[in-house]
Design a protein around this ligand. Structure first.
Ligand SMILES: CC(C)(COP(=O)(O)OP(=O)(O)OC[C@H]1O[C@@H](n2cnc3c(N)ncnc32)[C@H](O)[C@@H]1OP(=O)(O)O)[C@@H](O)C(=O)NCCC(=O)NCCS
Length: 402
């Protein structure tokens, strides 16, 4: 199998041509901000040295980020163009996953770090077991360097007695501070200078899908930006102001549309009959969100004071990033206060980045890992918990119809 690996998520750009794991060419250049200008010549040079033409490539891999927005976009577009021209497959892995799998750590929380501009870093959270097998533990985040140690402490508390290993170019940058807090935590010396096309190639050849931090089998390789682009944020906020969200109890009439949305969203979807059985169940809090008179989302919770389990929340794709989940959660918190519940608990797939971002923004924190909790695809769950917040005028405006 001959392939081309394009690593362009930071200023340190690499292109490698590999045949069955053996390196036929490896070109490295520091492009500063010149990804657009320099990437194609670097790839062409790697192909020239290897003697392979684009039509001889069976796969082309790109770093999906996080890292430089331009670097990731240009890298993925270039990979797709070469793949299209030669009929190759496009593969991808995130910069953090490539670092975590290549690090060679054992019995450790592995935290790959990539610079995110100013004093921010992108951080990933992976668990390397005693045999060195690496699994994803929580979604990547962008963190101010000053807050990094607190965030890492939250994840490290889930693996008592295990080592802590920081890897990647962001670890090189923050090294003194990391070592002062956790001696030997950067001792792997792993890719502190820059990302590697060879790690990327090794990562995309792995199996395991989302549970180990890779795209699901057969899924298009989408970019992993972690931090949204400012222009997209502006459009989203304009949409949020335009149409209010209302919430009410779910009725039997809602079940067909809810079950259809559920089936479209989840690989391990709940059935219509299961939704029907929930309505009227003691302690159940089964809510519908509507925008413009249309189903926008739903939430299923179960309250037994002092705790509440968040069992399901889903927002239809055309209503996402408009604050619907925030409204459903504010409604759930209000119900918890009514019922004297003081804490909300939930499980979420380790790879479910939007949901973990939502929960984190609401105040949920990591509380445990459930090994092999999910099927189709197999994946660990992260357990999160949040104290029920006091009623707050700054919470999303909530129109409760029943
Ligand atoms: C997770 C999900 C419920 C979020 O619903 P939503 O209505 O789009 O979320 P909101 O617009 O209310 O977002 C609230 C906050 O969550 C975070 N968030 C939500 N989606 C995000 C995303 N795709 N990326 C990053 N942050 C995200 C943000 O902090 C956001 O606040 P902001 O808009 O001020 O930045 C929705 O993406 C979904 O239905 N996903 C599929 C089903 C699912 O995974 N359910 C969870 C099962 S555990």
């Amino acid at each position: 199998m001959i392939g081309l690996s394009i690593e362009s998520a930071t200023d340190h750009v690499e292109a490698a041509v590999l045949e069955d794991g053996a390196v036929r060419a490896h070109v490295i250049e520091d492009v500063s901000h010149g990804h657009t200008r320099r990437l194609t010549p670097i790839v062409q040079e790697a192909l020239r040295i290897s003697g392979v033409s684009p039509s001889g490539l069976e796969w082309v891999a790109a770093d999906l980020g996080p890292g430089s927005f331009t670097g990731v976009r240009v890298g993925l577009a270039t990979a797709r163009a070469y793949a299209f021209a030669g009929g190759a497959r496009v593969l991808g892995a995130s910069s953090l996953t490539a670092l975590a799998h290549g690090a060679g750590a054992r019995r450790a929380l592995v935290v790959p770090l990539v610079g995110a501009g100013r004093r921010d870093v992108y951080a990933g959270f992976y668990r390397a077991d005693t045999r060195g097998a690496v699994r994803l533990m929580a979604s990547p985040r962008v963190i101010a360097a000053d807050a990094l140690l607190d965030v890492v402490a939250e994840a490290h508390a889930l693996l008592p007695g295990w080592a802590l290993r920081f890897v990647g170019p962001g670890a090189g940058r923050e090294r003194e501070r990391l070592e002062a807090a956790h001696p030997t935590s950067t001792a792997l010396e792993f890719r502190h200078g820059g990302l590697s096309a060879l790690d990327l190639a090794a990562a995309v050849m792995r199996t395991g899908g989302p549970g180990v931090g890779l795209p699901a089998e057969g899924r298009e390789a989408d970019p992993v930006y972690v931090r949204g682009a400012q222009a997209e944020e502006r459009v989203r906020r304009a949409a949020l102001g335009a149409t209010p969200t209302t919430v009410r109890h779910m009725t039997l009439d809602d079940v067909p549309a809810v079950a259809e949305a559920e089936a479209r969203t989840f690989s391990d979807a709940w059935s219509a009959s299961y939704f029907r059985s929930l309505i009227g169940y003691p302690g159940g809090w089964i809510r519908i969100a509507e925008r413009g008179g249309q189903l926008a989302g739903y939430l299923v919770g179960g309250v037994q004071a002092p705790t509440c389990d968040l069992e399901n929340i889903c927002v239809l794709p055309s209503h996402r990033r408009c604050g619907v989940a925030n409204v459903l959660m504010a409604d759930l918190f209000a119900h918890c206060r009514d019922q004297k519940a003081t804490e909300v608990l939930l499980e979420v797939r380790v790879s479910n980045d939007p949901a973990q971002a939502l929960y984190r923004a609401l105040g949920f924190r990591l509380a445990g890992v459930r090994r092999g909790y999910y099927r189709a695809p197999d994946e660990d769950a992260v357990l999160m918990r949040c104290p029920v917040p006091p009623a707050d005028a700054s919470a999303p405006s909530l129109e409760r119809l029943s």
